[in-house]
Write a protein that binds this ligand. Structure first.
Ligand SMILES: NC(=O)c1ccc[n+]([C@@H]2O[C@H](COP(=O)([O-])OP(=O)(O)OC[C@H]3O[C@@H](n4cnc5c(N)ncnc54)[C@H](O)[C@@H]3O)[C@@H](O)[C@H]2O)c1
Ligand SMILES: O=C(O)C[C@H](O)C(=O)O
Length: 317
């Protein structure tokens, strides 16, 4: 029997979604890439443009538009970036209600037409939207995973590079917890070409890197004014798509459902996981010191309080 080619659907063909699709199409990560957006004309224009780019790149990826939700059927991976981005002065949490409703709507289509897919959630507030996608899809927790940790770690690595001026591409930074102002950068788990960060930068420099990482998204919103970052978010998402489709089993920080892990239940937060053909194949529990535990608890607490807001509003009924 001939094995079918891989199909990826991106719901939300805006800045992040279109860039994820473009990276996947250029790299030939899948056979078929489907764009779906409530603005069908824009999605059609972008799909046509990307199809032509794919030809220029000699990529085998076909890019098309799902005018009807049924056309997402057979997707191996569905990336959800549908939703509003924040504007200057807003926090990601301000997007809670508007994006929860959009997520609920698009996840209903995924559940109906692509029930065997793996969902990669991107819309903000990321951890809560991942929780919404999990609850509304009814998928097993291994098949719903949120993108944030790869992005936050990449940002931290870049800020470390800016301090050192050497080692670009050799910096391994580590961030766990939610994708919000309480995220947990972990300098003690970060290295430059294998050398502990704590041996390279002073305590003051490390504090500056940590603070800048926590507000890395807002820094870009401040420059762009009309929306938020998309190149690094899209590349980070494409890394996850590729790990799943190629069954690499590589370990990345991702937002996943905690079911007793790290002492928390019924909440989503960012932790290291192995990604493969089955989605989240293994969750790693790191040994944290008291300071790290305290910061992680605060981060989990703020995600939980947003989930509680949705529960109080009977959003999940
Ligand atoms: N997890 C992360 O690290 C991360 C990083 C960057 C952006 N984001 C989030 O991703 C989301 C998208 O950001 P963006 O910059 O691409 O925004 P954008 O406005 O450029 O694109 C959003 C797209 O979603 C579409 N859309 C809205 N409602 C829809 C629906 N019901 N069905 C189908 N399509 C719908 C819009 O038409 C638009 O094309 C935002 O919520 C943003 O905060 C998250
Ligand atoms: O900052 C945002 O609102 C978008 C995204 O979460 C990011 O970190 O770039």
């Amino acid at each position: 029997m001939v094995k079918k080619g891989k199909k990826v659907t991106v719901i939300g063909a805006g800045n992040v979604g279109a860039t994820v699709a473009f990276i996947c199409a250029m790299n030939g990560v899948c056979h078929h890439l489907v764009l779906r957006d409530r603005n069908i004309e824009i999605a059609k224009g972008k799909a046509l443009d990307m199809s032509q780019a794919a030809n220029a790149a000699r990529s085998h990826t076909i890019v098309s538009v799902a005018e009807d939700a049924s056309e997402i059927a057979g997707s191996d991976v569905v990336v959800i970036t549908a939703g509003s981005p924040r504007l200057p002065g807003m926090s990601r949490d301000d997007l809670l209600m508007i994006n929860a409703e959009i997520t609920k709507e698009v996840v209903a289509d995924v559940k109906k037409y692509a029930p065997d897919s793996i969902i990669i959630m991107v819309s903000n507030p990321l951890d809560v939207m991942t929780y919404v996608a999990l609850k509304e899809s009814g998928f097993p927790k291994e098949r719903v995973v949120g993108m944030a940790g790869i992005l936050d770690s990449a940002r931290m690595a870049h800020f470390i590079y800016e301090k050192i001026g050497y080692g670009a591409g050799q910096i391994r930074a580590s961030v766990m917890g939610g994708h919000g102002d309480d995220m947990v950068p972990l300098p003690k788990f970060s290295t430059v070409a294998g050398v502990p960060l704590t041996d390279i930068l002073s305590e003051k420099e490390i504090c500056e890197v940590v603070e800048r990482t926590k507000h890395g998204g807002a820094e870009i919103v401040g420059y762009l004014k009309t929306g938020s970052a998309y190149y690094a978010p899209a590349k980070s998402t494409a890394i996850m798509v590729e790990a799943i489709l190629k069954d690499t089993k590589q370990i990345h920080p991702c937002a996943v459902y905690l079911d007793g892990h790290y002492g928390y239940s019924d909440v989503v937060s960012g932790v290291p996981v192995a990604l493969g053909a089955n989605g989240v194949e293994k969750l790693f529990e790191m040994t944290l010191n008291d300071d790290q535990k305290e910061r992680f608890a605060k981060s989990v607490g703020s995600v939980k309080s947003m989930i509680d807001v949705l529960k109080e509003k009977k959003f999940f009924d």
